[in-house]
Design a protein around this ligand. Sequence first.
Ligand code: 1HE
Length: 267
Amino acid sequence: MSKSAGGFEIDLPRSLKAERRGDIAILFLARPQKRNAIDDTTVLGIEAFFAALPDAIKAVVLAGEGDHFCAGLDLAELTSRDIAEGIAHSRSWHRAFERVEFGKAPVIAVLHGAVVGGGLEIAAACHLRVAEASAYYALPEGSRGIFVGGGGAVRLPRLIGTARMTDMMLTGRIYSAEEGQAIGISHYLVPAGGGLAKGIELAKQVAGNAPMTNFAVTHVLPRIAAADPAAGYLTEALISAIAQGDAEAKARLKAFLEKRAAKTVRS
Ligand code: 1HE
């Protein structure tokens, strides 16, 4: 454990490193000798980090140290679990990744090298994904005789469709960074080594939004998208009225009308 890691008043396991840059936090999966495979301690550390995120942090970047983002579940720990322990383990991933997806701040994943199994699952729990040209995606669970357990069965079909996920699991198909960009895994594709800078640039942009907008997009939009249309339209009306009633929205709209705000133009 490392106390107050990177300026955060929290104990983090050695497999995680945190850094603070103003109102941006960067969390590194930092177990490169095991290709950032996620063991139990790391899962608990991820949950604790996002649960204890200070209010002053407005966006988080999640990246991996070494040549790979994440090789998924630590397979060494898997062999000793019985069925009940397996369920509890999967639920512990669900709790941790729920903190990522529905936490205090939007999360931007920076992907490179292997983004496989549980690595792809945690990436799917993030709000934006930047991929470097070296990134590749796979679900080797199929060939290891297991199944996804970190929320991938819920989040990945939303991202790439059930049909593509079925293919990845049944055949072990690997998608390249370019293919991943084309099918919607990543939002941004950048050259090798450019991911962290792009992730931080996006985090700063996101951090500059009105807090109510970021809340609506990260907490309310996914619920509307999963709701039946009637409930979705009503929820949309409510959150849009809440957002526009906020003082921050009033100030931003006034700034535009007084020609003090940026226009929406192509750069
Ligand atoms: C690991 C893991 C791991 C590496 N668990 N120890 N994930 C997988 O099936 C992917 C498994 N990993 C790989 O295919 C390869 O390691 C990589 C392609 C990611 C990287 O290859 P390479 O040649 O750079 O490294 P390596 O020599 O394979 O691994 C270096 C060390 O990391 C080695 O340990 P060492 O003690 O011999 O040095 C590996 O054993 C170790 N290592 N990956 C444990 N995953 C909630 S359900 C989620 C289900 C899943 O995620 S299943 C998918 C698991």
